[in-house]
Design a protein around this ligand. Sequence first.
Ligand code: 0A1
Ligand code: ZN
Length: 849
Amino acid sequence: MRDAAPTTIYLKDYSPFGFTVDDVHLTFDLSPSATRVTSRITFSPNPDAADHTFFLHGEELKLIRASIDGQPVTPDATDKGLTCNVPSSSFVWEAEVEIDPAGNTALEGLYMSNGMYCTQCEAEGFRKITYYPDRPDVMSTFTVRINGPEKVLLSNGNPTDQGEGFAEWHDPWPKPAYLFALVAGDLVNHPDRFTTKSGKEVELNIWVRPGDEGKCAFGMEALKKSMTWDEDVYGREYDLDVFNIVAVDDFNMGAMENKGLNIFNSSCVLASPETSTDDNFERIEAIIAHEYFHNWTGNRITCRDWFQLCLKEGLTVFRDAQFTSDMRSEPVKRIRDVIDLRGRQFPEDNGPLSHSVRPDSFVEINNFYTATVYEKGAEVIGMLKTLVGDDAYAKALDLYFERHDGDAATIEDWLAVFQDATGRDLSQFKRWYSQAGTPRVKVAEDWADGTYTLTLSQSTSPTPGQDNKQPQVIPVAVGLLGQNGDEVAQTRVLELTEKEQSFTFDGLSTKPVPSILRGFSAPVILDHDTTSAERAFLLSHDTDPFNRWEAGRSLARETLLAMITDGTAPSGAYLDGVQAVLRDDTLDPAYRALMLGLPGQSELATALHDGGTTPDPQAIWTATETLRQAQAQHMQDLLPRLHGEAQVSSPYQPDADQSGRRALGGAALSLITRLDGGALAASEYAKADNMTLQLSALGCLIKAGKGEAELQAFYDQWEDDRLVIDKWFGLQVSLADPEQTATVGRSLTQHPDFNWKNPNRFRAVFGALAMNHPGFHHASGTAYELLAAWLIRLDPVNPQTTARMCSAFQTWRRYDAARQDLIKVQLDRIAATPDLSRDVTEMITRIRG
Ligand code: 0A1
Ligand code: ZN
C-alpha cells in the first residue's frame, strides 16, 4: 500500500479549523513541469475553534520558500502538509511552491490535458496546488494572477485585468478551495449573453479546443434555459459578470461546478447531431443544468464537511431532475431515473459498499461520490417534498437560501429549515440520511363491507456496520381503480412510519385494484404478491403513467424469472399487454419505447438471489434473448409502424418529441433485426444522417453478428473524433456475445487508439465490460481477470478512476461458488499489489468484506 496506514475520518470528530481566512491571493507562473504558485493568505484566529494548531494541507508540492508577516519561516512539512508556529493575532502567510502539471496523471489539482492547463479541486485537489486549509468550511475570497503565454487564461469570478502574457481575476464570493479553478490554453470560445431577471448583464462563454467550436450551440442553449429556469422556479439569479464553461478531454467525472468557471468532461458538453445521440443531448442538457444549479446549492451554500456531500449533491440532482421534467416529459424522466436507481443505487445499497446517504466515516472521500449520495440523496428530497407539499417545499427553500447564504451548512441545518417552515417534526425522517439499505415494503390487502384495507409493513436488511434498522417515514402514494378501470380513489399519500400499519378506504362498491407507490414515491422495493391478471389490468388502465409502466415491468420481470427458474414459455399476458400499449398512438413515443424495455440482467440476478436462487448469468441471458425473440414475433405486424415513427420530416432536433420517436423507432428496429437478420438495419445504417440513427442501426447489426463492414466504415468515418470513437469502443464490448466479451475487450485494448490513460477511453471499454452482465460473468472468469489486470495497471496513474471501476465486483457474493472463487482471486490479486492507492485499497477492502 502506498499509504502505509490509511486513516478513517469520522463525522463525529468534526471540529472547526483554528483560523479563518480573510483573503487569498494566488499567482501562477505557468510551466508544464515546473509551475510556480505563490500564495499570500491572511489568517485570523477563529473564535469558534478550540484547537489553534496551524496545519495546512499540502501534497506533492515542492516548498521553495515561506514567510509570515514578511519574515521567512521554516515549517515542519510532511507528505500531507505542514505546521508552523504562528502569531496569536491576524497574520499574512506567504509561500511559493513548485508543482508538475504535466506529470499529474491523477487529474486532481492542476494538470494538463492536450496541452492545456486545467484544475480539478473537489474534493481535496487544492492541496496539490498550494499549502492551504483544504476543507469546505474554510471560505474566502480569491484574487488570482496567471502568468503564461497561453491565449486564454481563466479563473473564478470576474476578470479584473489582462494583457500580453497575464490575466487577473477576482472572485468576490467567499468560497472553499474545492471550488477554485484555473484554465490556460489556446482555446476558442462560443460566446453569448444573458440578462438576469433583475437586469444584470452576464457574459457567457463555452471554451473548447480549436475544431470543437461547432459543437457548443446546444450546450449554450441549455445553459440559458437553466439560468431562466432557476430564476422562475427557485428565484435564483446568477451573481457574477461572466459565466465560463470549459471542455476538457481528460476528466475523472462528468463536470465540476467551480464558481463562475465550470469545467466539463468534453463528453458532457460537446454535441452535434452528426456525432451525438439523443441520449447524449439529454444528458448534456441535464449536466449543464446540474453544474449551473450548484451555483446556489453548493457554492453560495456549501457543505460544512464532506460528510454533508448529499446536502449539495442530492438537492442539485433533485433540481436538475425537475428541470429535465419541465423541459421534456415528467413521466419519461421519472421512469428513466428509476431504471437508473435500480441499476446503480440498489446494488450499491444492498451490497458490501452500502453506506448511508450521509456516511459517518470514510477513508478516501473520492470514493463517496456515489449513486447513494447523489441519486438516493435526490430521492430523499423528493420524499420530503411529497410529505410537506409543494407550497411548503417552496417556502422552506426560500428560507434555506435566506438563512444559509454564505454558509457551510449541514443536514441538520437543512432539516431545521423544513421544520421551521412547516412545523413538522422531522426527527424520524432524518433516518433516511443515517440508515443505509433499501427498505422493503410488503403489501397485504383486505376487503370487507365496502372497506378496503391496505396493510403495509417495512423492513430493511442489515448493511455493513448497521445490524438493526429502525422504521423510516415512507410516503406511499396510492390510488384505487374500479373494475372498469375508473379511478375510484385518487392518489393519496400514505405515511408509513411504523413497522406495520393499516390504511382504510371506505365507501367502495366493489373490491378495487390498488395502484401502489405511484410515481415511485419512495426509493423502496415493493413486495406486492399480486396476480399477473391484476398487473395486466394496471398495464392497460392505470392513470398514473409511472405505475402503468411499472405494471409492464413487473410482468416482464415475473415472466423472465419463471422462464429462468421453471423453464416456462414467455407470458401471453405480458406480450399482449405491452403490445396493446404500443398500439396506442395517443401515447408519447418515448413512453412507449420505455414500455418495450426489459429489466436489466443484473437486476434479474438480484431478484433471483433475493428469492433464494443462485443466479446463473448465462441462463438469465438466454431467457432475455428468448423473450426478446418472442416479443419480435408477437409484434411483427406492428413493428414496421413503430419503426416508421423514427422518420421525421423536419430537420433534426434533439428535443423530447423527435428523440422519443427515434427511441421508439430504434427499439422497433432491434426487434425487426431479429426477424430479418439485419436487412433493414443495414439499409438504415447506409442512409442514417445523424448519430442516433447511425449508432442504433450499427448496434442492431453487431447484435445480429453482422456489421463488420459497417463497423470498419464507422471507424474510418469518425477516426478523428475522440468522443465518437469512445462509442465505437464501447458498443463492441457492450454488445458482444457472452463467449466473446472478454476476447473483444482484450483485443480492443491492443488497438492503437486505446489511450488507456484517458478516463473516457478506459471507461468506454471497461465500463462496457462490467455492464455486459453475461459477458463479464462468463464462467471462464476471463473478463474478471482482464478487468483486474487493467485496474492494477491504471491505479498508479489514476487512482480515482480505478477505484470507481472496482465497483464492478461489488455484487460478487450473489453468484455461485465457482464464480465467487474466480472473483476472489482477482480481488486478492488487486489487494496484494504493491503500493496500491488509498482509493483502491479502501474499495477492495470494503468489497471483500
Ligand atoms: N461536484 C461535481 C462532480 C465531481 C465530484 C467529484 C470530483 O472529484 C472527486 C469531481 C467532480 C458534480 O456533482 O457535478
Ligand atoms: Zn453535483
